[in-house]
Design a protein around this ligand. Structure first.
Ligand SMILES: Cc1cc2nc3c(=O)[nH]c(=O)nc-3n(C[C@H](O)[C@H](O)[C@H](O)COP(=O)(O)OP(=O)(O)OC[C@H]3O[C@@H](n4cnc5c(N)ncnc54)[C@H](O)[C@@H]3O)c2cc1C
Length: 434
C-alpha cells in the first residue's frame, strides 16, 4: 500500500486493563504460550482478532505436522501442551494419524471446528482471559521497553499494560511496531506463496484414493496445458478428513504477495477464491471419485505461509537445519524438511539426515533492540530456507509454550535475563521433548 500523506492524530486511549503476560494472536503459538504462562502462575490476557482460537490451524488447514520425524525410524519430537491438544481431539474421535505422502513425517489430521473448542477448554482451564475481536495496533513503551499494547475494538482503542508481551501474531506485528529489526519476505518479493484451501463434500473417497497422486498431477498438467483450466500449481495435495465423503485440498497458489499490505492481501483473497473454484471444477470434471462432489467450505482467509521474520539474538539458517544443529539454549526441536512453496508449478524439498532433528534456540524468539517482547510461531528469527522447515504447527506449539514459560519467568519483563537452564527445566516438567 502506498502512503502519500501522513495525518498527525492524537487519540485519548482508555487504559482498559493490566496483566502479567499479554499474548497477541490466538493461533497455535499464542494459545500454547497463553496456557503455559497461566499454568506458571501469571495473569494472562490473550488477544485474538477473530472470534475463535486456533489461528491458521483452525481456519486454513486440518493437519498438524512437525510432531514426528520423517524417515524410516519415526520419533516424536514435540510434547507438553501440544499433547493436550491432541488428547482433546482424541476424546471426541476427531483426529487421525496418517503417513505424509511427501515424506514430511506422519501428520495428525483433525476437525478444525473441534480444535477451536479444545482451545476454548484448555485456555479456560488454565485461567487465561481471552479477548476476541480485538486487533493489536500499537505498543505502549517506556524507552526501549514495551510495556503493553493498544488494541482496536468495536468501542474504539483500548490500552492494556503488561510486564511481558508475547508476539504470536504470525506477522511479528508487535516487534515490527516496536521498531525491532526484521526481514520482510513479503516486501522483498521472496515470501512463499499463499493458498486458499477448500473442502470437497460428497466425494467417493475410495475411488478418489485409488487414483494415484502421480496420475492426478499428470492430469492437472495435461488439463492446464490444453488450456481447459487455469491451474498455476500442477501438484498439491488432497487428503481424507475425519468425516465420511469429505476431502480437504491444498492446491491453489497465489505468489508474489506482501501479506501485510492490505491491498495486496485483498487481491490475493479474491484470486485464491477464484482458483479454489477452478480447482474444484477440475476435480469434478477430471478426477475419479469427484463426479458428484461439491466445493463446501473455503478457508476462513487465504493461508499466509511467510511474511515478517524478526532478526533476533540468533538467526536460524539452512545450514543449521540440514546439519541437525544443537544449541545449549534449545527450547524445541524440529525434524521437518525444508518445504518451499515458491512461484511456479512445483515445491522444493530438502531433507535432514534420516531421523535427525535440529534445535530451536531460545535466542530465536528474542527480538533485537527492544525489551519486554518474546515472539513465538512463524515470525521467529530464521532465514527464508530455515523458516520453510520450522514453520509447522508442531514447532509453533512448542515455541509457544517456551515463550509462555519465559514470559512468566521474566517477572520484570526482562526476557533476555531469563535463566535458560530454569526455562528448560520447566519446559521438560511440562512435557516438552528437548
Ligand atoms: C496454506 C498453508 C498450509 C499449511 N499446511 C500446514 C500443514 O498441513 N501442517 C502444518 O503443521 N503446518 C502447515 N502450515 C504452516 C502452519 O500452518 C503455520 O506456520 C502455523 O499455523 C503458524 O502458527 P502461528 O501460531 O505462528 O500463526 P497463526 O496460526 O497464523 O496465528 C496468528 C494468530 O494471530 C492473529 N492475529 C494476527 N494479527 C493480529 C493482530 N494484529 N491482532 C490480533 N490478532 C492477530 C490471527 O488471527 C491468528 O489467529 C501451512 C500454512 C499455510 C499457509
Amino acid at each position: 500500500m502506498t502512503t502519500t500523506t501522513t495525518l498527525d492524530l492524537t487519540w485519548r486511549v482508555p487504559l482498559a486493563h493490566a496483566c502479567d503476560v499479554l499474548v497477541i494472536g490466538g493461533g497455535s503459538a499464542g494459545c500454547s504460550a497463553a496456557v503455559a504462562a497461566a499454568e506458571q502462575g501469571a495473569a494472562v490476557t490473550l488477544v485474538e482478532r477473530y472470534g475463535f482460537l486456533g489461528g491458521t490451524g483452525a481456519m486454513v488447514l486440518d493437519t498438524f505436522y512437525g510432531f514426528y520425524t520423517p524417515g524410516t525410524h519415526e520419533r516424536k519430537v514435540i510434547g507438553g501442551v501440544p499433547d493436550r491438544v491432541i488428547a482433546g481431539l482424541e476424546r471426541r474421535d476427531m483426529v487421525l494419524k496418517r503417513p505424509n505422502t511427501y515424506g514430511a513425517g506422519a501428520g495428525l489430521t483433525y476437525d478444525p471446528d473441534t480444535l477451536k473448542l479444545v482451545w476454548d477448554e484448555l485456555t479456560a482451564e488454565a485461567g487465561v482471559d481471552v479477548w476476541h475481536h480485538c486487533t493489536f495496533v500499537d505498543v505502549l513503551r517506556e524507552g526501549d521497553r514495551v510495556t503493553g499494547a493498544v488494541l482496536a475494538t468495536k468501542q474504539g482503542l483500548r490500552a492494556v499494560r503488561a510486564r511481558a508481551v508475547v508476539d504470536a501474531s504470525g506477522d511479528a506485528d508487535v516487534a515490527a511496531r516496536a521498531g525491532a529489526p526484521f526481514e520482510d519476505a513479503g516486501a522483498d518479493g521472496t515470501a512463499q506463496s499463499l493458498t486458499t484451501t477448500f473442502r470437497m463434500i460428497d466425494v467417493d473417497v475410495a475411488a478418489a484414493r485409488a487414483f494415484p497422486k502421480q496420475a492426478l498431477w499428470e492430469r492437472m498438467r495435461e488439463a492446464a496445458e490444453r488450456g481447459d483450466y487455469e491451474l498455476p500449481r500442477r501438484e498439491g495435495s488432497v487428503h481424507v478428513t475425519p468425516f465420511p465423503n469429505v476431502m480437504h485440498t491444498n492446491m491453489t497458489r497465489v505468489a508474489g504477495v506482501d501479506a501485510t499490505d492490505p491491498e495486496q492481501l485483498s487481491r490475493a483473497e479474491r484470486e485464491g477464491r477464484r482458483q479454489a473454484f477452478e480447482y474444484a471444477r477440475f476435480l469434478r470434471e477430471q478426477v475419479p471419485g469427484y463426479e458428484r462432489a461439491f466445493l463446501s467450505g473455503l478457508s476462513v482467509q487465504i493461508g499466509v505461509r511467510e511474511s515478517r521474520r524478526i532478526k533476533g539474538e540468533y538467526w536460524l539458517t539452512r545450514e543449521d537445519v540440514l546439519a541437525a544443529a544443537t544449541f545449549p539454549d534449545a527450547v524445541a526441536r524440529c525434524g521437518a524438511p525444508i518445504e518451499e512453496h515458491h512461484a511456479g508449478g512445483d515445491t522444493r524439498w530438502e531433507y535432514l539426515p534420516d531421523g535427525e532433528t535440529y534445535d530451536i534456540p531460545y535466542r530465536c524468539l528474542l527480538p533485537r533492540e527492544i525489551e519486554g517482547v518474546v515472539v513465538a510461531g512463524r515470525c521467529l528469527s530464521a532465514s527464508h530456507d530455515a523458516h520453510a522447515s520450522v514453520r509447522s504447527i508442531g514447532q509453533c506449539l512448542a515455541m509457544g509454550q517456551a515463550a509462555g514459560v519465559a514470559a512468566a519467568l521474566a517477572g520484570d519483563g526482562n526476557l533476555r535475563g531469563v535463566d535458560v537452564d530454569e526455562l528448560r527445566r520447566r519446559l521438560v516438567e511440562l512435557g516438552a521433548l528437548l
